[in-house]
Write a protein that binds this ligand. Structure first.
Ligand code: ZN
Length: 327
């Protein structure tokens, strides 16, 4: 009889509705869309590249998820995976020393740094990818992040391999101070060399993309693409409002706003991304495959076919749309 009053043995109390619901619906089976509030079956969401099928809200992707989406059969030969950041300033803040934070972040994220670089193929077209992982310290750009991007750009220049950067970042990594800020100049210089080698750099800006990343390598590409609804800027809107003491316009810093104001060439829905990239890569392959122009052009100049990235991007969008329509 004593057991009756305790929650064990023969007389277990009936499960409450909450308990039953928790058991029947595992936490990760359903995902609520933050925009349309619809409950989405996670399998359906995965199958749709983590884009809400009801309202096309683009959920954020981890670096490895993005790579799985953009590579053939998920095959990806990673570069410089063993490069590890140091702690040159012996930096510590309220959260503890930078060194410990790096260790914790590595364990939690499963990544060694916030940028993953390597080589793959997209529908049979070879390319290099440099993809940010926002879960690693907000994908802030530190010295190893910058070094990995520079090495990737140098390999691409040497091998004539197109480079796709996929950025989502909070900006420079404050824990590395000046070493971090220096990466802005360093990455842009490497990409300028890539341009002189006439190898394309395609950039995809995803939510959120801010600070030193937006202000450096991510926006100096031949074609700057963005995902729908992505927030992109240098300083955040609150800071800008405080400094300028002005009300910011509706939709400020969204990909759509930036497209209208000329900072972004193209907004690409994730489900059309592969087709768009394939078309762009084909255009560039054709453009650079004209030896007379490449041999005659002075260093630093692009072949005529590369001079107007927006025209190329727009024709890519038409191509991707046609492919989508054709099934
Ligand atoms: Zn939705």
């Amino acid at each position: 009889m004593r057991g009756f009053f305790h929650r064990h043995g023969k007389f277990r109390p009936l499960a409450t509705d909450d308990d039953r619901a928790a058991r029947q619906i595992p936490e990760d089976l359903w995902v609520k869309c933050p925009r349309c509030q619809e409950l989405l079956y996670s399998k359906e969401l995965e199958d749709n590249a983590r884009v809400c099928p009801k309202c096309t809200y683009h959920f954020r992707l981890r670096a490895r998820e993005r790579l799985a989406l953009l590579t053939d059969d998920g095959v990806f030969a990673e570069w410089d995976a063993d490069l590890r950041p140091e702690d040159p300033l012996a930096f510590a803040d309220g959260g503890g020393p930078y060194g410990r934070k790096l260790e914790d972040t590595r364990a939690k994220s499963g990544e060694a740094e916030a940028l993953v670089t390597g080589r793959a193929t997209l529908d049979g077209r070879p390319l290099a990818l440099a993809v940010c992982d926002f879960d690693f310290l907000g994908a802030s750009m530190g010295s190893v992040f910058g070094e990995k991007l520079v090495r990737a750009a140098e390999r691409c220049a040497a091998e004539g391999l197109p480079l796709l950067t996929v950025s989502a970042s909070g900006g420079a990594r404050m824990h590395e101070g000046l070493f971090s800020l220096m990466q802005m100049a360093k990455t842009v210089a490497a990409l300028a060399r890539l341009g002189r080698a006439r190898v394309p750099h395609l950039a995809l800006l995803t939510d959120p993309c801010y600070g030193g990343v937006t202000a450096s390598y991510a926006t100096v590409a031949d074609v700057v693409m963005a995902e729908p609804g992505a927030l992109i800027g240098f300083a955040g809107p609150r800071v800008i409002e405080q400094i300028t003491k002005q009300k910011l316009p509706e939709g400020f810093q969204t990909a759509e706003f930036l497209l209208a104001h000329g900072m972004v060439d193209l907004i690409v829905e994730r489900t059309a991304l592969r087709a768009t990239l394939a078309t762009l890569l084909d255009h560039y392959a054709r453009a650079t495959g004209q030896p007379d122009r490449v041999a005659d052009a002075p260093a630093g100049a692009r072949p005529a076919a590369m001079a107007d990235p927006v025209a190329i991007a727009e024709s890519a969008l038409v191509g991707a749309g046609a492919e989508a329509r054709g099934g």
